[in-house]
Design a protein around this ligand. Structure first.
Ligand code: ZN
Length: 180
């Protein structure tokens, strides 16, 4: 599942959208140990992250019922996810408060990415279920992937295997500052 720089250099080509959403590249945050359980006690990273500090968990913003977090294995620099605190797999299960704040956080993610990174476009969406390519199907999450022409920007495009912790920390800080 290596993604080399040649791959990244292809960003912006017509097939890019498809490439971005190819299931085998779907992100697993905190990565190596892809959770298979169905409950909060089964190692779900989306349940563990809110218990961490913002810096440790790469959390950009915390809401009442959802939070925004950087993807540890971004498709693009600044790749955010909006996640309900509640361990829920299906969009159909979200309650009204979660639906509203998920939308609000998606909107604020776009704003922060424009402000901090000058994002020119976005891929926004969620994959529900393993068959749809969800890396962590048990806990739904909305992807917000910033795009630039050529996909090169102030936040360097990094390959999945080359994500530097320092870069992620800097990116998180920039987005957290831009959030408010
Ligand atoms: Zn969970």
């Amino acid at each position: 599942m290596l993604l080399d720089m040649h791959d990244q250099a292809g960003a912006g080509e017509p097939d890019n959208f498809q490439r971005l959403w190819t299931p085998h590249r779907m992100a697993y945050i905190k990565g190596e140990n892809k959770p298979t359980g169905t409950g909060p006690d089964d190692g779900c990273p989306f349940d563990a992250i809110p218990k961490m500090s913002d810096e440790e968990g790469l959390i950009v913003a915390r809401g009442e019922v959802v939070y925004a977090v950087l993807n540890l294995y971004p498709y693009n620099s600044g790749h955010l996810m909006v996640v309900p605190y509640r361990h829920v797999s299906d969009y159909d299960e979200l309650d009204p408060a979660e639906l509203v704040e998920l939308s609000q956080f998606t909107q604020r993610s776009l704003r922060a990415l424009r402000k901090a990174g000058g994002a020119q476009g976005f891929n926004v969406g969620m994959n529900l279920g393993h068959v749809a390519g969800a890396g962590i199907a048990a806990h739904l999450h909305q992807h917000v992937v910033p795009r630039w022409g050529g996909d090169t920007n102030f936040m360097p495009v990094v390959a999945r295997t080359k994500v530097l912790p320092e870069l992620l920390r800097d990116t998180r800080q920039a987005l957290a500052d831009a959030w408010s």
